[in-house]
Design a protein around this ligand. Structure first.
Ligand SMILES: *[C@@H]1O[C@H](CO)[C@@H](O)[C@H](O)[C@H]1NC(C)=O
Length: 121
């Protein structure tokens, strides 16, 4: 992994963890009002990065934008469920297609990460 990529990943996780503190009561979920808020975009960037990492960068994607999403609050953290638009990273004429992803962030930092990343059928 290139150092800069690693730095981006670490920074992303730090930002995601810090957003998990600004939370409401446990057991609730709420729609994300501004899906292209910087912090939500960072969660989406993390999801795309982890998807690329897990697929060994064979057909890497780049985030285009965040379409919609919700935040589910649970006792020890939050789960972000997002609909994102992502395109082929190495093809500038590739337009985005839709993917659904979920990212878990635990407050105690013992668990978390990408739950799934898959095309919207
Ligand atoms: C790049 O994206 C365009 C638009 O989707 C597509 O027509 C073309 O085949 C792609 N090129 C490659 C090399 O995948």
């Amino acid at each position: 992994m290139k150092p800069i990529t690693f730095l981006v990943a670490i920074t992303t996780v730090a930002v995601v963890l810090s957003t998990a503190r600004a939370t409401s009561s446990p057991g609730t979920w709420q729609p994300i009002k501004n899906p292209n808020d910087f912090r939500i975009r960072m969660v989406a960037e993390y999801a795309v990065f982890m998807h690329n990492f897990k697929t060994e960068f064979k057909h890497p994607l780049r985030l285009v934008d965040v379409d919609s999403g919700s935040i589910h609050q649970f006792k020890n953290g939050v789960i972000y469920t997002l609909i994102v638009s992502a395109a082929q990273a190495d093809n500038l004429s590739s337009k985005g297609s839709l993917y659904q992803t979920a990212v878990r962030v635990s407050l105690d930092r013992t668990a978390g990460g990408l739950i799934y990343f898959m095309p919207v059928m």
